[in-house]
Write a protein that binds this ligand. Structure first.
Ligand code: ATP
Ligand code: MG
Length: 775
């Protein structure tokens, strides 16, 4: 029988195979890290396509990052070869939302060439609104309002849906009004912010059931990776699409909970088996906040479709950004008749790594709990290494990497996962010194550099002249004596006539409102823009970009600049144009930019990856370095302060995600001293280190050996030699703590070799440190 299976199905274990082949009705794969959830999802798409159940355009697959989407596309290509033409709708919630929105932009008061604003634009716009409303930006910062608005959008709330209590949280009760004004302003600018890509899409679906129906009919199969990290807006969007399309619009409140009559044009694609499995009267949901607002509108009425979500409650790490792990816990409720499949075999990590990660996460209370096993060897123990400070930490890791490299380890298979992005600089500096190639993933993005943003602003204006923020950014860059007063004049003019700045500028140069010099230079600029816009149709976009940068004087501005980084900026501009080559046209390129959440390495060079733990989700590497395991940094103080126990549990899940990225080597570090926001602090090792199982973890000494007396070689000391380990610290409190710890726990380990928690790496030490240093 196996011989008849298509190649992509062989090698799956029975549960995975079940998840791939159960195509009718809702399926939830709830399973731990490295059990093949993503692989199942990809194989499932291949199976749907190869078996002819749907055409590529009828499959919707959602990944958490753009990078993950690209990877999935590549895998699909490998599985299917040339057999299939076209690709499924495969991308992040936002990229797919944006794609749909662009087609129907007019229905939500946008034009199809709308611009997607980034955070900076957003802030600038909000500042203008605050100023117009005479709200003190010092007391009520625009950033705070931006945060509130993002939060509301993540929860799928339009301005009129914001609860009064929350609207009152900003500007003496003006939060809601400002949100409304902001949305209105975006429409005038023909712009959307990131949250709008989904929110406006939801509004589109709600206000235009015919459009919704079109997509419901189109998408025969919906697949979602990392389901544990969906927020309410994403959830609502999915729920809308995952209903079987119905002819009648079940908007009346009276219809809540009753199943909507499919009516005449009953959708043909509902499989019989699905109808049989789905109760005719889905249970009405309990009222639970916003999520149910949608339900109350009747959007829950139709039976669910072929939706397959995969996720792991232990890897829910975006609660701080509005993700609701509840979504995964409620799946069976939301999609009646759902089949839940669990996968237990981990294919990624060796035994010690899996044991360490499982043991750590077992300290969380709020979890479903699951079994994970591996058939792999035990492999190398997880290591914990103390360094004097973050510089030495970086040096030690640099040396370890060089050593691995000498042993033939590919740099591509090495990652450094940090808790906070500020930690990256130290590694970047170190790697530059060592000449060690590295790439920052998801970090300070290339496209966010000032010179890149300027160049992009020019291109944005050419693409969409109503893009006021872009226009304003470059109208006087390089300097062309168009000062603030002139810009203000353009604003006034634009507001009065409700036209964009670009149009206002074109009108004003025909009058004598401006000083001759200013008028002349604005006229030159406007004529250039008109010319570039015309050339856009004739020239390749890369060529156009080069012309724009040269003719605008922007390139020259940096060529004349004497500052140290000017040369680098010119190189970046070159790189920008190179990067445009990957796209068909300007529109496509700009769209990509606005959606790039994660930057790719840019080249195929063998390089170490540096990224935050948050952006490491779903990835895997042979060797993973995890620096900065210190109280306050990891778990992060802010998470503890703001969310207490829930915050701590989310941090622990993050630690779990970090360790489970490793296939063969997980190397944890802590620094005894760290400079945070400019001042030195003595640190306490993370409580998470205490929570690791002693017989899977090895304490090693920093290899950096930089003058703090790193006695003994790397890897020489085991945890039971902790006295020796401790003696290399120069802080008295630490020495005592270490010594005490060694005495107190020596026997504990042999009695209960499975856990460090008796030794209490941090908790026991913390009071001692206080004793030694403060009392
Ligand atoms: P995470 O929760 O971290 O996202 P995951 O559950 O999505 O993990 P995958 O990334 O799909 O797991 O798989 C982990 C690794 O195990 C991958 O390298 C994958 O190719 C491999 N793998 C999965 N299933 C099998 C299998 N049946 N046989 C061999 N290797 C497998
Ligand atoms: Mg995965």
């Amino acid at each position: 029988r196996a011989a008849t299976l298509p190649a992509y199905l062989t090698g799956l274990n029975p549960e995975q195979s079940d998840a791939v082949q159960t195509l009718d009705g809702p399926v939830l794969v709830l399973a731990g890290a490295g059990t093949g959830k993503t692989r199942v999802l990809t194989t499932r798409i291949a199976h749907i396509l190869a078996s002819g159940r749907a055409r590529p355009g009828e499959v919707l697959a959602v990944t958490f990052t753009n990078k993950a989407a690209r990877e999935m596309k590549m895998r699909l290509g490998q599985m299917l070869g040339q057999a299939i033409e076209g690709m499924p709708w495969l991308g992040t919630f936002h990229s797919i939302g944006g794609r749909i929105l662009r087609v129907h932009a007019e229905l939500v008061q946008l034009k199809s060439n709308y611009t997607v604003l980034d955070t900076d634009d957003q802030i600038r716009l909000l500042k203008q609104l605050l100023a117009a409303d005479n709200i003190d930006d010092k007391r009520w910062p625009a950033r705070m309002l931006a945060g509130l608005i993002d939060g509301w959008k993540n929860r799928g709330l339009t301005p009129s849906q914001v609860p009064a209590g929350e609207a009152a949280m900003f500007g003496n009760g003006r939060g809601g009004k400002l949100y409304a004004a902001y949305q209105e302003r975006l429409k005038i600018l023909n712009a959307a912010d990131f949250g709008d890509l989904l929110l406006e899409n939801i509004r589109l679906f709600r206000e235009h059931p015919d459009v919704l129906r079109q997509y419901q009919q189109r998408f025969k199969y919906i697949l979602v990776d990392e389901y544990q990290d969906t927020n309410v807006a994403q959830y609502l969007w999915l729920r809308l699409l995952a209903q079987a399309p119905s002819q009648t619009s079940p908007r009346a409140r009276g219809e809540v909970g009753s199943h909507s009559d499919p009516g005449e044009g009953a959708p043909p694609q509902i499989a019989d088996s699905q109808l049989a499995e789905t109760p005719p009267h889905p249970t009405p949901l309990p009222a639970r906040g916003e999520r149910e607002q949608a339900v109350a509108l009747g959007e829950n009425a139709a039976p669910p479709k072929n939706i397959c979500c995969v996720g792991d409650d232990d890897q829910s790490i975006y609660g701080w950004r509005g993700a609701e792990v509840d979504n995964i816990l409620r799946f069976e409720h939301d999609f009646p008749g759902a089949k839940v499949i669990r996968l237990e075999r981990n294919y990624r990590s060796t035994g010690h790594i899996l044991a360490a990660a499982s043991y750590l996460i077992a300290h969380n209370e709020g979890r479903l709990g699951k079994t994970l096993r591996t058939e792999d060897v035990d492999g190398e123990m997880v290591t914990v290494t103390g360094a004097w400070d973050s510089e030495e930490e970086a040096r030690a890791i640099g040396e370890e990497i060089e050593q691995l490299q000498r042993q033939g380890h590919a740099l591509n298979e090495i990652a450094i996962l940090v808790r906070a992005s500020f930690q990256m600089r130290e590694f970047e500096d170190r790697f530059v010194t060592l000449g060690l190639p590295y790439r920052v993933i998801g970090g300070p993005r290339f496209y966010e550099r000032a010179e890149i943003r300027d160049a992009l602003a020019y291109l944005r204006v050419i693409n969409s002249p109503a893009d006021d923020l872009a226009f304003e950014r470059i109208v006087n860059v390089p300097k062309r004596s168009i000062g603030d007063a002139t810009v203000q004049l353009l604003h006034d003019h634009g507001r009065r006539r409700r036209i964009p700045l670009y149009e206002a500028a074109r009108a004003i140069i025909e009058t004598d409102e401006l000083k001759p010099k200013t008028r002349g230079s604005l006229r030159d600029l406007m004529m250039s823009f008109e010319r570039w816009r015309a050339q856009r149709e004739l020239l390749p976009h890369t060529e156009l970009a080069q012309i724009v940068l040269d003719e605008s004087g922007y390139t020259e501005m940096w060529q004349k600049d004497r500052s140290a980084d000017a040369a680098g900026r010119l190189e970046n501009l070159k790189e920008l144009i190179r990067s445009m080559e990957d796209f068909e046209n300007l529109q496509g390129f700009l769209e990509h930019i606005s959606l790039v959440m994660d930057r790719d390495g840019g080249s195929d060079e063998d390089a170490v990856s540096v990224m935050t733990l948050h952006s490491a989700k779903g990835l895997e590497f042979d060797t993973v370095f995890l620096p900065g395991w210190e109280e306050g940094l990891f778990p992060h103080q802010r998470a503890l302060d703001e969310q207490g126990r829930a915050g701590l549990e989310e941090e622990r899940r993050l630690a779990h995600v970090g360790i489970t990225r490793a296939r063969k080597r997980a190397k944890l570090y802590f620094a005894t001293n760290r400079r945070i926001h400019g001042s030195w602090t003595t640190t306490i090792p993370s409580r998470f280190l205490d929570e690791l199982p002693g017989d899977h973890v090895e304490i090693t000494e920093s290899k950096g050996g930089s003058g703090w007396g790193g006695a003994g070689g790397y890897g020489a000391s085991r945890f039971d030699d902790v006295g020796a380990f401790g003696s290399s610290y120069s802080t008295p409190g630490w020495q005592r703590a270490q010594a005490n710890r060694g005495r107190g726990t020596g026997s504990g380990f042999s009695e209960s070799p499975s856990s460090f928690s008796r030794g209490d790496f941090a908790r026991k030490r913390a009071p001692l440190t206080i004793e030694g240093e403060l009392v």
